[in-house]
Design a protein around this ligand. Sequence first.
Ligand SMILES: C[S@@+](CC[C@H](N)C(=O)[O-])C[C@H]1O[C@@H](n2cnc3c(N)ncnc32)[C@H](O)[C@@H]1O
Length: 592
Amino acid sequence: MNGQATSSSSREDSTDVDSSVERHAINPLGLHLRSQPGRGNGVFTSTLISAGTLIEESPVLLISAEQWERGDMQKTIFGEYGFCWSGGGQAIGLGLASLFNHSPRPNVNFIRQPATSTIRFVAARTIQPNEELCICYSADESKLWFTPSGQAGAGASEALGKEKEGDGRSGRKTLSDETESLGQEGSRSPSRSDTGSLSSASSSSYAVYPTLPDRRPLDMPAPLHSGPSRPVSTVPAVLCPELDWREEDWVVRKGGTEPEIPGWSEVLRVKGPAELEEDAEDEGMLDVWVVSVDDSKLTRLVLDFAKERCPIDHRMRHLKRVARREHPDTGEPTTLIALCATYDSTLPALQTALSGYHPSLLDIQPFRRSVPASAARSAEQLLVKSPIWPVSYAAGTLKISDSSSWPIARKAWVHAGIQRIISIARDAKAAGEVPVGTFVISPPESIWPQTDAFIPPTPFLRASATDTRNTASHPLKHAALNCIRQIATLRTQPPFSEMQPTRNGADYLLTSLTLFITHEPCVMCCMALLHSRVREVFYIFPRKRAGGFESAFGVHGRKDLNHRFDAWRYVGKEGEVAAWKEELEIPEDLAL
Ligand SMILES: C[S@@+](CC[C@H](N)C(=O)[O-])C[C@H]1O[C@@H](n2cnc3c(N)ncnc32)[C@H](O)[C@@H]1O
């Protein structure tokens, strides 16, 4: 470093690394430097690094805001290497700290440690051999002073040149935009004023790693991030232990068989009303065999017959068995009983079954009737469908498993989450609480949806909670609300308050996080989860009356609310879940 202002391309030229030659390992993890055209040096690994590994704790040289300004340091090469530091100063990282290149989807997180004047670099996910280790300089790429390029292993290449979704900004400034606006042809310096900084003292200075800019997408509340002016929450919050799950244990070798997850069975996704309404538009009508009976004894017999011989399958589950309607021939009011769908039985077969069941059913003549093929998903639909045949009003309905095609690692991770909440709920019960357990966790990257729209969650963030309405004598201390509170508090405290969000919104409450909870949450908690921008919720015990997913509310998937998330019911092995249910029983109408 010669202290001269240097363009990224000239610095690249000045490096003494031959781009085709890998340097020898320079740290105990076997990391090495490699130079790439258009990016200069970067840090690479030749071995696999597990998520959570501490890559390096680098000491820093601190330069006060005043020294920085007075020395016009931003015009020197240091300008490309400084980390914003507390009090508006800058920190020059020693060791590898200064050599990590930028990626919008970093595989390394950095956590400033003002108490020790160091920065910790931690693997945000599993990093494969030969991948470049990258950090995110700024969630907003328009604030970069260089044009990102190359194949950053952390996924930079996918995002490069694309307009980012969800951050409310369009396009990036390129190097030439910047130089033009500054009138410094060939200079690397970006506009100084729009790089975030910790204090106004450094507002005119420039840093490689600006702190969170003060601009937020309009529809997103300001995060509960501590920031320099926000007090750290005094509510105690604990980072609970990691899940008992290791990605490496679930890697299936080519040609190998998948390991078994003891006790696993698929999970069912609860379709929300919006999705169901769309489905219902295609579903139309269903033909069923019905009989007309006006004698109460015969009615009883037919109902017994229906119960024993015509079990209701999932395509008829929304239909009431009995309807009081006009007889199609006489126009007189009569009692109609639905037996089965016409595709399930021919008319002669049904007649034989009826007469074989009881001699007094010999003369009963089933006839065909068209009824709604699905439940009502809204009050309007109820008004239209019920006069034809009484149907249930169900805003949320289970969809037979989407989880069968999941990679084994995701199933194992969900299974570990389920085991965790059972143990939390047991602790709650032992403490005399309503036995509900909940756990929120940042999912590992290998199980994220691989789309540009996905906002990467804050890594390693996790919390657990129980219901505390008894011990706190507070009717609103539901487990899910308590857990959201824990996350909010953790976000105000190091290391999370120090982490640079990889995208705008990533640091908002439960953005992109997964919540596990033993019992289907009540409508109030579902709304709180929705406001918190949770990504998905897994629960074990449905609560059809008091719950917010499977009930008429379908809070997680409504057209009239501004966030949707997935709700999954874990079915589990029959005996195991029944035993848990008994052990963790709560009154059906108690809100959770
Ligand atoms: C802190 S240094 C990183 C190490 C640097 N590559 C070197 O050789 O010393 C920051 C500089 O690296 C370059 N850089 C970092 N990330 C980049 C990326 N994604 N694409 C292109 N250049 C990048 C830019 O020139 C930037 O000013």
